[in-house]
Write a protein that binds this ligand. Sequence first.
Ligand code: NAD
Ligand code: DAU
Length: 332
Amino acid sequence: MGHYLVTGGAGFIGSNFVRQLLETTDNRVTVLDALTYAGNRDSLAGLPADRLTFVQGDIADPDVVNDLVATADVVVHFAAESHNDNSLRDPSPFIRTNLVGTFTLLEACRHHDARFHHVSTDEVYGDLALDDPAKFTPETPYRPSSPYSASKAGSDHLVRAWVRSFGVAATLSNCSNNYGPYQHVEKFIPRQITNVLDGGRPKLYGAGLNVRDWIHVEDHNAAVLEIIAHGRIGETYLIGADGEKDNRTVIETILRLMGQPTNAYDHVADRSGHDLRYAIDASKLRVELGWQPLYSDFEAGLAATIGWYRNNEEWWRPQKAAIEAAYAARGQ
Ligand code: NAD
Ligand code: DAU
């Protein structure tokens, strides 16, 4: 039995990770989360109180971080400012949390000899052309486009430097777009599902030809657990499930699965600097660690996710009106 410190454990992927960890192992978990607009304690409801401790605090606060890392065997770092659109409006919290926060955790892991896993994104590699047969690999050069992806790229560099210079026992993973339960309604798939549930229409940026490589959040987290257990220190593993779809197709699929005409959506203002296509080559993870995704049928995973939002309105309702008002003010 071990003690995991999970940063950002009240967010989308982090809360699903904590649930998976507590349900499949007998480890103890401490969640460190600042409960920003993106964090929600209700995402951890129903989990065993004797093995889960929640601490509200900032990963960029060395006093809080030091005390918690001192007691942990493994630190799994999900906490971040995570939304590209927000980073275009105000990059400053992205710099503080994603860069200073990661630095603060690394320093604590260095002093307390804790194992560190850094959760990052495929966006650090920039984007690919629609007709490019290539996918991202661990050798692809970094070319981030937005303040969000630049801050995540910087955090990846910090982790590698702390491995090489100070011997911190860290691994890294860069994953593609996640979907599943407990994702904030600001993000693409939950926004469209909850718009339809509200009797409104999905909102497609630009022409909707942009491609994202969708993976179910449980498959992402199973890969993270595998990397923590068997990954090589200092290595980077790309996580993806060969789920490339353009945005228009995703919106039309949501509408069809929800019994609506597939053209019942609006084109809205595009995102500035909008990345065209992401695609992951996960062969290193598959071959070296034997990981494979369980959710190979995107439509089935999407239908289950629609069902979750339908059945959990009390979870997303409090955020919805303010998020839509902010999008509307930007013509989106
Ligand atoms: P999220 O926005 O849903 O959750 C982030 C969590 O971090 C929230 O609970 C928030 O309260 C917390 N947080 C923010 N700033 C903090 C701070 N200073 N101190 C402590 N806690 C803080 O994000 P997510 O979508 O779950 O993403 C989690 C991680 O996975 C991020 O590092 C992100 O870059 C990465 N990632 C996300 C995706 C995706 O598709 N969502 C894909 C690949 C990688
Ligand atoms: O690739 C991994 C990344 O995936 C993560 O690092 C980020 O944290 C996560 O937010 C996600 O980034 P994206 O910018 O790809 O996700 P988002 O859900 O914001 O948008 C997905 C696509 O849908 C993108 O091409 C923009 C488009 N979009 C988004 C919204 C919110 C729309 O067309 N309409 C919308 O209303």
